[in-house]
Design a protein around this ligand. Structure first.
Ligand SMILES: Nc1ncnc2c1ncn2[C@@H]1O[C@H](COP(=O)(O)OP(=O)(O)OP(=O)(O)O)[C@@H](O)[C@H]1O
Ligand SMILES: [Mg+2]
Length: 247
């Protein structure tokens, strides 16, 4: 694996006193794409939320770019370079596309300089996001509630990119989208990977994941049930489909 960017060790987490995650180990290397899978309710979103302080972290350690962020509030994890595209997208419905994009943006000058690769990457600006997503440029003065599901998803990704992440975390980014739009999102992630961005992606589309990801992790009842190189996904498709509930 390349140099670890995100390193989760023995993470126990949940909501209030209800524990959902039991000793999760997970790593994402610089520039690497890791697929996080598992049936409904197995703890994928809780894991993602734990990374940014939105679930109760009970034990274990979360390291990002060599810094212990276990106790960091969400904005500090974001500042360290973790860009979140949350489940459900959370686009501001009454703000237009551009307002949504700049609401949480951070200029490149504020980006972390800790990682050599990170500082070598081209910073994200509004115009670069519009170049990357021409559809958002066309819709720049449309409000969030006037956008299609696919456009909202692009907006959620564009917004995360403008925080200058070195790791993009997407929770069910293709959920509820038409097949052609899904394919657009997968292509987008492919382009981001080619640009050197690390990605942790929660999804259930095995075919798309096996094209994009380097490794996979499957959660079962809050524990890592399987993990390995993505080549396993095709070799052991039926076992894995059983694990993630698509068979
Ligand atoms: N805010 C919450 N408060 C209490 N329990 C929660 C909360 N959110 C989720 N849970 C519980 O935590 C467990 C894991 O849920 P989580 O949302 O992490 O699963 P998931 O793998 O993301 O599922 P899905 O595929 O449906 O998105 C479930 O038992 C769920 O009921
Ligand atoms: Mg979820």
């Amino acid at each position: 694996m390349p140099r670890p960017l995100l390193q989760v060790t023995g993470l126990e987490a949940g909501y209030g006193s209800a524990q959902v995650l039991f000793g999760i180990d997970l790593a994402v290397g610089e520039g690497e794409v890791v697929a996080l899978m598992g049936r409904n309710g197995m703890g994928k979103t809780t894991l993602v939320r734990s990374l940014v302080g939105l679930a109760n972290r009970m034990a274990g350690r979360i390291e990002f770019a060599g810094v212990d962020v276990t106790r960091f509030p969400g904005y500090r994890v974001a500042r360290a370079g973790l860009g979140l595209v949350p489940e459900g997208r959370h686009v501001f419905r009454s703000l237009d596309v551009e307002e949504n994009l700049v609401a949480t943006a951070r200029s490149a000058a504020q980006a972390p300089t800790g990682s050599a690769e990170g500082s070598a990457r081209e910073p994200w600006t509004l115009s670069r996001v519009y170049e990357f997503f021409p559809r958002l440029a066309e819709r720049r003065h449309h409000r969030g509630n006037q956008l299609s599901g696919g456009e909202q998803q692009m907006l959620a990704i564009g917004r995360a990119l403008l925080t200058q992440p070195s790791l993009l975390v997407l929770d069910e980014a293709t959920e509820g989208l038409a097949p052609l739009i899904r394919e657009d999102i997968w292509q987008t992630l492919g382009r981001l990977k080619a640009g050197g961005l690390a990605v942790l992606v929660v999804d259930r589309d095995l075919r798309a994941l096996s094209r994009l990801a380097d490794r996979y992790v499957i959660l079962d009842k809050g524990q890592v049930a399987r993990s390995g190189p993505v080549s396993d996904l095709s070799e052991q498709a039926s076992t894995i489909e059983r694990h993630i509930g698509v068979a």
